[in-house]
Design a protein around this ligand. Structure first.
Ligand code: RP5
Length: 166
C-alpha cells in the first residue's frame, strides 16, 4: 500500500458500523486510506488540526460521517481546501434527518458534498471518482465497476421476465 489518499473521519465509534462501508469499497479498489474517530464537539482541537494538516500529509479527499447535530463535515471543510464528502448517520430520535440537514446546508464558499443518510458506500465511490480524475488505474477500475452494475441489472431483468412470462 502506498501513501494514504482518503481520510475517513467519524464522530463516534458508534458510527463505525455505517462508515465501514466507505473503508470497504476503498479497500476493494486497493486505495490506501486512514480511519479516525474524531468528534468536532468532543475533541475539537484535535479534529480541526487533523483537518488542517490533511492535504500536507498527502490525503486528496476527506469523508466525514456523523450523526445528530452533525457538524464534523462542515467544520472540517472550514479547515481544508480538499474535497469533503459528508455522510449523515441515522442516530437519535430524528433518525438522521438532523444529520442530513446539518451536513448538507452549508453556507456558500464551504461545500460539503453530502450523500444519502447512511450512504457511506457511495461516499467511498465518490471519493474514488474524485481520485480517478488524476489516476488512470482507478478510472479503469471504475469503468469495469459500472459495467458490472449494468450486467447485474440486466440479469435481474432477465430473471423477472422469465418468471412472469415463462
Ligand atoms: C455524533 O453523535 C456521532 O457522530 C454519533 O453519530 C452520535 C452519537 O454519538 P455517541 O453518543 O454514540 O458517541 O456526534
Amino acid at each position: 500500500m502506498g501513501e494514504k489518499k482518503v481520510l475517513i473521519l467519524m464522530g463516534s465509534d458508534s458510527d463505525l458500523a455505517v462508515m465501514k462501508a466507505a473503508s470497504d469499497v476503498l479497500a476493494e479498489f486497493k486505495v490506501p486510506h486512514d480511519v479516525r474517530v474524531l468528534s468536532v464537539h468532543r475533541a475539537p482541537d484535535v479534529a480541526l488540526e487533523v483537518a488542517r494538516r490533511a492535504r500536507d500529509e498527502g490525503f486528496r479527499v476527506i469523508i466525514c460521517g456523523a450523526g445528530m447535530a452533525a457538524h464534523l463535515g462542515g467544520a472540517v471543510a472550514a479547515k481544508t481546501t480538499l474535497p469533503v464528502i459528508g455522510v449523515p448517520i441515522e442516530s437519535g430520535p430524528l433518525r438522521g434527518l438532523d444529520a442530513l440537514y446539518s451536513t448538507v446546508m452549508m453556507p456558500p464558499g464551504v461545500p460539503v458534498a453530502t450523500v444519502a443518510i447512511g450512504g457511506a458506500r457511495n461516499a467511498g465511490i465518490l471519493a474514488l471518482q474524485i481520485l480517478s480524475t488524476s489516476d488512470d488505474r482507478i478510472a479503469g477500475e471504475l469503468e469495469r465497476f459500472k459495467a458490472r452494475l449494468t450486467e447485474q441489472v440486466l440479469e435481474k431483468d432477465r430473471k423477472v421476465r422469465e418468471e412472469l412470462f415463462p
